[in-house]
Design a protein around this ligand. Structure first.
Ligand SMILES: Nc1ncnc2c1ncn2[C@@H]1O[C@H](COP(=O)(O)OP(=O)(O)OP(=O)(O)O)[C@@H](O)[C@H]1O
Length: 256
């Protein structure tokens, strides 16, 4: 069951509202149903080889909240962000987002490998509603922030993984979307670039943007987030202040 301490989210207008979200994936063709599944009730039974990556996940988010999503590997964090970004649709429940979403959820997500950095910047910014004029006005600062002047005309697929993240973060963080999703990718950047990204995230939060941050780095989570969502086995086991969520997570999974 979810412990919720976000009582006041009910009173303020929700920007994001998720109700009973469930996502079912197929593990692999030909895999057998587990022994436990054979004894599960009919309603709980999933089809051969399928499992719930997320189940019964509900929460609401007010504009300007900064939310850290925590949980061990494979517990459904990225899947949750993909639902908010609407690049994945739930098998159960619904999610509504009252505004555009700028997602940094997979290193190359949304970027086209065969297109140059220049074309990718135009494509992504255009898809997120910026006009040609707005893109032209921001282009130089996007490239400068990424430190990508030397690779403007290089196909995206030829960039190093760190440089891909630089370009992607730089574009995503200069869109006008009210919601920003950041899924671990920042760990790939070097120290100096990470510091730049952190300053940019601070600015975006100060502007009132809403942030979802998936991270295994406690310091980053405490620095940016006020609230945490703790996923375990695809279930939302705790929704509360980030310090409480991290304490509970640490207690559930001691390092030694
Ligand atoms: N397209 C897919 N097809 C099948 N299984 C998938 C798919 N995407 C994710 N999964 C599985 O769903 C589960 C949840 O994955 P998810 O990526 O959301 O976890 P996560 O909490 O973000 O993990 P990590 O911390 O390792 O990034 C995992 O078991 C994963 O293998």
């Amino acid at each position: 069951m979810t412990d919720s301490v976000q009582g006041d989210t009910q009173t303020a207008a929700a920007l994001i509202s998720a109700e009973g979200l469930g996502v079912r994936f197929r593990r692999n063709r030909g895999s057998r149903r587990s022994f436990k599944d054979l004894f599960a009730g009919r309603a709980r039974r999933t089809r051969r080889g399928e499992f719930w990556a997320l189940r019964d996940v509900s929460f609401t988010v007010r504009p300007g909240e900064a939310i850290g999503v925590v949980g061990r590997n494979g517990q459904g964090k990225s899947t949750l962000l993909k639902l908010v970004a609407r690049v994945l649709f739930p098998d159960e429940g619904r999610v509504s987002v009252g505004g555009g979403v700028a997602p940094l959820i997979e290193i190359t997500g949304g970027f086209v490998g065969d297109l140059t950095v220049r074309d990718n910047v135009h494509l992504t910014a255009g898809l997120h509603g910026l006009t040609k004029r707005e893109i032209a006005a921001r282009f130089d600062s996007i490239i400068e922030f990424a430190g990508a002047a030397d690779v403007i005309d290089t196909p995206f697929k030829h960039l190093s993984s760190g440089m891909k993240v630089r370009v992607a973060f730089s574009v995503i963080s200069q869109l006008d979307e009210p919601v920003l999703l950041v899924d671990e990718v920042l760990a790939v950047g070097d120290k100096a670039f990470r510091a730049k990204c952190y300053r940019r995230i601070d600015e975006l939060l100060a502007e009132g943007k809403t942030l979802f941050l998936v991270s295994h780095n406690e310091r980053d989570l405490r620095r940016f987030c006020t609230r945490g969502l703790y996923l375990n086995g695809g279930r939302l086991v705790l929704d509360g202040p980030i310090d409480d969520v991290l304490d509970r997570y640490a207690a559930d999974h001691p390092v030694d």
